[in-house]
Design a binder for this molecule. Structure first.
Ligand SMILES: Cc1cc2nc3c(=O)[nH]c(=O)nc-3n(C[C@H](O)[C@H](O)[C@H](O)COP(=O)(O)O)c2cc1C
Length: 196
């Protein structure tokens, strides 16, 4: 994927071009603005303290330009319709997926119902100790959409159980980053080869 100018370059020169500093999610949106409608993996993510974001970015690294990475607030029905496969990445909060991620599903569920049946999906959940509740919840939504789970649920346990640990910024360790990267790569590969 190419874009006609370097976003980072423009940001560095922001004072001259009077550009605001762009958030990483805004940069993701700009970077995909010219992406074709070729079959691609859509990675939708939410994160509060950085764990799930790092997981989603590692998965995107594995999938390369066969994937679009979208923050949940920026993703919706049109993005789901354009994609061939999905990876949903978010934290588990209070035994369910995080509220912002749920809002993405609430907003998108009926507009795409019956229109994405049979497409492949997988999940990657950032957890403090569990992660099963969020996984189950997304599975039930995916079942309603008649999606096909093509990879075992990935749960990264950040071992955050005290208020201090839960509120702290998260760092994705090497083995977990590799697992997320391999998941992204496998999903993109399976999609391109038509295995799913
Ligand atoms: C309000 C709240 C509720 C949480 N509830 C759970 C939970 O039910 N199960 C769990 O495993 N972790 C729980 N956690 C811990 C988060 O899942 C964990 O910190 C995760 O790494 C956060 O991901 P993030 O860094 O992408 O925001 C909770 C965290 C918060 C802030």
């Amino acid at each position: 994927m190419t874009i006609g100018y370097s976003i980072e370059g423009l940001q560095r020169k922001g004072w001259r071009y009077r550009l605001p500093r762009l958030s990483s999610a805004a940069l993701d949106l700009l970077a995909i603005a010219d992406m074709s409608d070729d079959p691609h993996l859509l990675i939708v993510w939410h994160s509060r303290t950085g764990g799930a974001e790092a997981m989603a970015r590692a998965a995107k690294d594995g999938a390369g330009d066969r994937a679009r990475l979208l923050y949940c607030d920026d993703a919706g029905p049109d993005d789901l319709l354009r994609a061939a496969a999905y990876l949903f990445v978010c934290p588990e909060n209070l035994a369910t997926m995080s509220g912002a991620m749920k809002e993405f599903f609430d907003r998108s569920y009926y507009p795409v119902l019956g229109r994405i049946e049979g497409r492949a999906f997988a999940t990657a959940i950032a957890a403090g100790s569990d992660g099963e509740g969020a996984t189950r919840q997304i599975d039930r939504i995916a079942q309603g959409w008649r999606l096909k789970r093509v990879a075992d649920p990935l749960i990264v346990n950040f071992a955050a159980q005290t208020p201090e640990a839960i509120l702290a910024a998260k760092t994705l360790g090497h083995p977990d980053a590799t697992a997320c990267c391999e998941l992204g790569s496998a999903l993109a590969e399976g999609m391109v080869l038509g295995i799913f």
